[in-house]
Design a protein around this ligand. Structure first.
Ligand SMILES: Nc1ncnc2c1ncn2[C@@H]1O[C@H](COP(=O)(O)OP(=O)(O)O)[C@@H](O)[C@H]1O
Ligand SMILES: [Mg+2]
Length: 372
């Protein structure tokens, strides 16, 4: 089976903008770059690589690039299959939107390849666009001075929906996105949630096999978000491939068949939600809150070697320390834990045991919370 979306070592650099144009800083950078280049040129001549190019050439470029560019997407590879929701989960600035924009042919990759239903996004953009429905976060491309229905009719013409099918298709989509009763109002009077649903309706006009949804529930009230998630599952049932970005753990967990956790432009884990959670060394996550900012935590770790710290957080104001950890064979080691707590003279304020969440996985992988 051919993947509906395939990304192969996809990369995107943006030039770093010189806000305010600090001339001194720029000169210094140019000078450092110049020196580095010179050092390499005068250094020992490197052994030529198999393809005849020298490895050092790449190194100069990379180190120089480091100063002047933002690595928004740093070599991501993944596939999304028909009938699958693939979640792209990561904090703000991780590179989710940039990846979506490259797949949607809106942004040219710096390097790497991407295919939609086997068509190359850079070389066959027309074929690609024909198979794509795209909803971008905060999209302003709807016409606010037209009604919802007029917007859909206009875009249906633009997307070459056969004239005779337009009315039926628009009615059906207005119904599906629960906009039918407000269809003839101007979009400027719509709420954020309604505009978001109208964008999704527009993305579905040409009945595309692949959907790219960038933070589709951002800014929606809980009820609207729930409805939208239900619709996403329906669209998946119809066999569409859906790539969805989100920075909500619960959303990724609920919707996705597989999740790629992305941070600083790189995929740091890719698995099913349960596969990701099982990467934690135990099926239970413990959280212990003790009084004091230092509390004899080291002593605890020494005495309970099975204890694996996921996160250590100190609340300076309340003067408490919160320790999140997993334990190999949690049940039997709990006794050792309490002995160690008693020996260290820690005053326990709170203690919880719960099933791991994706948030725990993210913290375990990156050492920080998703909303940091
Ligand atoms: N047009 C652009 N010019 C310069 N930097 C950009 C541009 N678009 C995004 N970036 C930077 O690339 C990184 C990734 O951004 P983005 O893909 O929007 O992340 P996300 O959608 O995961 O929040 C961020 O550091 C962002 O500031
Ligand atoms: Mg984004």
């Amino acid at each position: 089976m051919e993947a509906a979306v395939a990304a192969v070592d996809l990369r995107k650099h943006f030039p770093r903008k010189q806000v305010g144009g600090n001339i001194l800083v720029r000169r210094l950078r140019r000078y450092v770059k110049h020196r580095r280049t010179k050092e390499v040129q005068t250094g020992a001549s490197p052994a030529p690589a198999a393809d005849g190019q020298t490895k050092t050439a790449g190194t100069i470029e990379d180190s120089a690039a480091g100063d002047d560019v933002i690595l928004a997407v740093d070599g991501v590879s993944f596939e999304v299959n028909p009938g699958e929701v693939f979640g792209f989960l990561g904090p703000n600035g991780a590179g989710k939107t940039t990846t979506i924009r490259m797949l949607a042919t809106l942004l040219e990759p710096t390097s790497g390849h991407a295919y939609i239903c086997g068509y190359d996004v850079t070389k066959q953009s027309r074929e690609v666009r024909r198979r794509l429905g795209v909803v971008l976060a905060g999209d302003r491309s709807l016409y606010w001075k037209l009604s919802g229905r007029e917007n859909l009719e206009f875009f249906a013409t633009l997307y070459h929906v056969p004239r005779r099918q337009i009315k039926g298709r628009v009615d059906e989509l207005l119904e599906r996105t629960q906009l039918a009763d407000r269809a003839d109002e101007l979009v400027e009077r719509y709420s954020t949630g309604m505009r978001q649903r109208l964008s999704l309706a527009r993305a579905l006009l040409a009945d595309p096999p692949v959907l790219l949804l960038d933070e589709p529930t951002l800014g929606l009230d809980p009820q609207a978000a729930r409805n939208l998630r239900a619709l996403v599952l329906e669209l998946k049932q119809e066999g569409r491939a859906i790539l969805l970005t989100t920075h909500y753990m619960e959303e990724a967990d609920f919707l996705s068949d597989r999740i790629a956790i992305i941070d600083h432009g790189k995929i740091i884990a890719l698995d099913t939600p349960s596969g990701l959670k099982s990467r934690l060394t135990s099926d239970r996550v413990f959280r212990l809150e003790v009084a004091g900012l230092h509390g004899n935590i080291d002593c605890l770790v020494e005495r309970v070697p099975e204890l694996n710290i996921v996160e250590l957080r100190q609340d300076e104001e309340a003067e408490t320390t919160q320790l999140t950890f997993t334990m190999m064979d949690g049940q039997t080691n709990t006794a050792a834990l309490w002995q160690a707590v008693a020996a260290a003279g820690l005053m326990v304020l709170n203690y919880t045991v719960k099933a791991p969440t994706l948030e725990d996985v993210f913290i375990a992988l990156t050492g920080r919370g998703l909303r940091d």
